[in-house]
Structure formats: structure tokens, C-alpha cells
Design a protein around this ligand. Sequence first.
Ligand SMILES: NC(=O)c1ccc[n+]([C@@H]2O[C@H](COP(=O)([O-])OP(=O)(O)OC[C@H]3O[C@@H](n4cnc5c(N)ncnc54)[C@H](O)[C@@H]3O)[C@@H](O)[C@H]2O)c1
Ligand SMILES: [Zn+2]
Ligand SMILES: [Zn+2]
Length: 371
Amino acid sequence: MPQTVKAVVAMSKGAPVELVDIVVPDPGPGEAVVQVQACGVCHTDLHYREGGINDEFPFLLGHEAAGVVEAVGDGVTDVAPGDFVVLNWRAVCGECRACKRGDLKYCFATHNATQKMTLASGDQAGTELSPALGIGAFAEKTLVAAGQCTKVDPDARPAAAGLLGCGVMAGIGAAINTGEATRGKSVAVIGCGGVGVAAVAGAALAGASPVIAVDIDPKKLEAASRMGATHTVDSSKVDPIEAIKEICGAVYEGAEGADVVVEAVGRPETWKQAFYARDLAGTVVLVGVPTPDMKVPDLPLIDVFGRGGALKSSWYGDCLPSRDFPMLVDLYRQGRLDLDAFVSEEIGIGDVEAAFEKMHHGDVLRSVVVL
Ligand SMILES: NC(=O)c1ccc[n+]([C@@H]2O[C@H](COP(=O)([O-])OP(=O)(O)OC[C@H]3O[C@@H](n4cnc5c(N)ncnc54)[C@H](O)[C@@H]3O)[C@@H](O)[C@H]2O)c1
Ligand SMILES: [Zn+2]
Ligand SMILES: [Zn+2]
């Protein structure tokens, strides 16, 4: 029987989100219904609400979630009712060109549920919802492709483990997988929200040093220090390019910047800072999501050529959920990765709009809806 549950929906561009009833179908072949226990509020949810991703309103928001599988459809063998899972937005297809050549992290045809969840009541009853990143987990229950459910240690706290489902994985992976941060390399991270601080934590976990955190908000820099930053730079006060060069030059003679610079804001001016703050032959990793209108002005092509190295973007930290989620939960359980530190507050399902407001004011790394 299809179920009616409470969920947070962005009905139209820029309008405050609403708590409404939605209909969740029974899982069809290859699908699973998950009882959501926790879901973090990511900046990408706000991008959706503001129409910065696309115009397919209404959006069912929320995509950093952990929960328990309630039911599975025909043919599902990897997960079963009762499993504790973190939801992912990279259920690889195994069939596309990227998968076939072994580059699963670039899968071009990741799976989502085939059936649609719909609005339950009001004049728009029956309208199909677009779940954020194919997940839609600011909801008591959600319908996903079974491959979007990654089993992890059930002793992990849902509010912390769920964050691996997007921002924390994106940040850690941007540093470790995309940027290849490791011992002997310097890393700078520009923008230290949930994603950027996770990149700091990832760089520290990988043994990189120095690990330089850059933000315009001192509260974020404090959080980054607690998560392993060796240096902090308040870029509202000093030029971050010069500061990064100086810090790296003091550790590695002749260094003209950081080996890896992660941009976790998603703006042209901060990407440009990253570009010029990296050492020759270094790597810039763009993990922040720009809006479609943004352009990088006045970047001489000779600088792109002359400085060498790599300019990369990082979707989801180039992660493979089945490999990375259980590993990171294991490090968390061992006390080597403090996922709890990302949970600034636990909130109710009706508090998402207020959480967006707090995000704007820089008050939180992550507000997490707990159900
Ligand atoms: N690539 C991916 O797979 C992926 C996944 C999740 C989120 N994201 C994106 O990552 C970005 C960060 O997400 P978040 O949830 O951490 O957001 P957030 O709002 O929590 O953090 C953004 C941080 O950037 C800082 N900032 C803003 N302007 C700055 C400037 N000019 N210089 C330095 N710092 C500045 C803010 O103070 C804040 O600390 C967003 O664009 C989000 O959409 C990408
Ligand atoms: Zn594929
Ligand atoms: Zn996200």
C-alpha cells in the first residue's frame, strides 16, 4: 500500500520550503523504501530552492541521510528490510561507457527510483516530485533505487553517519580522492562550511601538512582548526593567496603555494584565488557548485598553461559509496574521524527553513533533521 508521510518540499523558486504530505509508493523492482532517521541540511538543498540547479519544481529536498530499509522490491538482493543504510547519489549502473572502462566514479547513468513520489493533498495533489539528487530525505520515508542504500555499521549515530551521504563525503573525497592529498603535500581549503571542513579533515587524515583553512568567517576557521587545520587565514582581512604562499614557503623551501587547493565555496573569485594560491604543477579541486551564470573573468590562458598541474572538479568527492562509506564509518567508530563534530544541531523536520537562515549567517556546519 502506498503510504502518506510528512516531507519538506520547495514548491516554487525562492519560496520558503513547506512541510506537506506526500505519497510514497511501494517499492517496485530494484527499489527500496527507507525509513529516514536523520538528514543533514546541505547548501545544495538551498541551491535547489533558489532555482540554481534546475527548474523542475516541486523539489523534495534533503539528501544527506541515514535510515533503516523498510521494504524492498523484486530483484533486490544487496539490501534487506532492517538494514541500517546511508543513502547515496551514486548508485552506479555498471553498463555505461565510464563503468565499462572501470571508471565507476564517473558513471553517467546512476540509478534512482523509477516510480515517482507525489504531493498528497491540496490543489496540486498527484503532482510528481523531483527528489534532490534523486534522494529526497527530509521525509519520514523515501523511495530510492536499492543501489542508493549503502549498508554501514548499525552502531553508528544516524545524524553523523548520514552526513557521509553528501557534504562530508564530498569534502573528504575532494581532498583525498580528487586532490590526492597525502603525506608530504600541502593542502589549502577555501570555504570552510560542512564541505570545506570535511576537506580539511580528509587532508589531515591523509597526513598532508600544512593544512590551511581559509574562510571569511572566524567561527568556521575555529571549526576547521578543531578538525585538523594547522593554519587558518581570514580572507576578509588578508590576501589569501599571499598568506597561503607564505605558509607553504616556510615549510617547503621554494614552494610558491599549496600542492592542492580545494575550492569549497563555488564562486569565480574564490576559484581564482585557488588557481593562484597553488604551487606550480599543483592541483585545484572545485567542489563548490557554481550557478549557471557564473564565469571566470580575465584568466590569461598563458597562466593555465604556464603553471602546469591540474584543474579538476570533484563530484561527490569522486567517491564510490560501497568502498568509502563503510571505511569512513569504521574510522569514525575508531575515533579517527570525528563525524559528530559536523553535527552542529539536531532539528525537527519543520525547521529546515530556519536551518537555511542559520547557514546564511554561518552559525552551523550542519543542522541535521532527526526523525
Ligand atoms: N561537488 C559536490 O559533490 C558537492 C556536494 C555537496 C555540496 N557541494 C557544494 O559545496 C559548497 C559548500 O557547501 P557547504 O554545505 O559547505 O556550504 P556552507 O554554506 O556551509 O559553506 C560555505 C562556506 O564558504 C564560506 N565563504 C563564503 N564566501 C567566501 C569567500 N568569498 N571566501 C572564503 N570563504 C567564503 C562561508 O563562510 C562558509 O563557511 C556549495 O556550493 C555546495 O553546493 C558540492
Ligand atoms: Zn555507469
Ligand atoms: Zn549535499
